[in-house]
Design a protein around this ligand. Structure first.
Ligand SMILES: C[S@@+](CC[C@H](N)C(=O)[O-])C[C@H]1O[C@@H](n2cnc3c(N)ncnc32)[C@H](O)[C@@H]1O
Length: 276
């Protein structure tokens, strides 16, 4: 396992992913019932943008920095502003919050969080960064796919699984399909958010076909950077939403994606399954 998220922290892909996550959590919390957030590939919780790794590609310049700059001229929608407020708390110290920290910002008293991370150093940082005395957050040094089998469905009435693999393995899409088939059998009504890179378009199309074949409402959003001068090993990525909360796709389509697209100079498209 060589992947280091530090290189990409705060880049366009993180911003896109964390904005979609923020909208999903906010929508789910319109109901009072408690929620469990399961983050299968949690990373270290937060990233120091002053580190030599982060400074190597400076992906944050075209991600979170671009979003903040754009928001000086065009008012951000409420949920994007909420996400930016979370980032703003640590940004002056050059720290960018990862998905667990973003989710923590939305957590209510009765909500729970389960985090798993396999890479030993990342796990140690995650434990330090996410430690709380109130036991609302459980942190596991564990393989993501074992965690999905162990923790889904969660004990609370509702839950969301955030699945954000590093795609180091050539067969990661296939592994995802297998584990999703398993989880889906036991937790059909669960809300799932899955991030994927867009490098090999054939693999992505095949994965999306698999998702659209599930008997659930599935929405796939592909997001591409237009500016080819940006130094990144990835020009596009996507998020799949299974059983997305009511009216969330419309909200993303009408509000979040146009704003993000303009702020990050990105193109996007949304595809929906026949069930949605
Ligand atoms: C893209 S990063 C996660 C970023 C994080 N979700 C965020 O948005 O801030 C992927 C993480 O998955 C971890 N990882 C890779 N394979 C894993 C596995 N099989 N089980 C659990 N974690 C894994 C990597 O060490 C890395 O920290």
């Amino acid at each position: 396992m060589n992947y280091k998220h530090h290189f990409h922290a705060g880049g366009f892909s993180d911003v896109f992913k964390h904005v979609v996550l923020s909208y999903t959590l906010e929508k789910l919390q319109e109901k009072n019932t408690s929620l469990t957030y399961v983050d299968t590939h949690a990373g270290r919780g937060q990233y120091y943008l002053g580190s030599s790794d982060a400074k190597k590609l400076k992906e944050y310049v075209f991600g979170i920095d671009a979003l903040f700059n754009y928001s000086k001229h065009f008012t951000a929608p409420k949920t994007i502003q909420h996400y930016m407020d979370t980032v703003d708390k640590t940004k002056s110290n050059f720290i960018y919050p990862g998905s667990p920290k973003i989710a923590e910002a939305f957590m209510r008293e009765a909500d729970r969080m389960i985090l798993s991370e396999l890479q030993p150093d990342e796990y140690k940082f995650l434990k330090d960064n996410m430690y709380r005395q109130d036991k609302q957050i459980a942190i596991h040094h564990m393989d993501a796919y074992a965690a999905m089998k162990a923790f889904l469905p969660p004990k609370t009435p509702r839950g969301i699984a955030m699945i954000d693999p590093s795609f180091e393995k050539r067969n990661e899409f296939l592994m995802l399909e297998h584990v999703l088939m398993h989880s889906f059998k036991h937790w059909r009504q669960g809300h799932y958010l899955i991030w994927y890179p867009i490098k090999d378009k054939k693999n992505v199309a095949r994965f999306q076909q698999f998702l659209f074949g599930l008997s659930a409402e599935v929405v796939c959003i592909d997001f591409f950077i237009k500016n080819l001068a940006i130094t990144t090993n990835l020009m596009g990525c996507g998020m799949a939403l299974i059983n997305s909360p009511w009216k969330l796709p419309e909200l993303l389509f009408d509000e979040a994606l146009p704003y993000l697209g303009a702020a990050l100079q990105a193109e996007w498209r949304m595809q929906r399954s026949l069930d949605s």
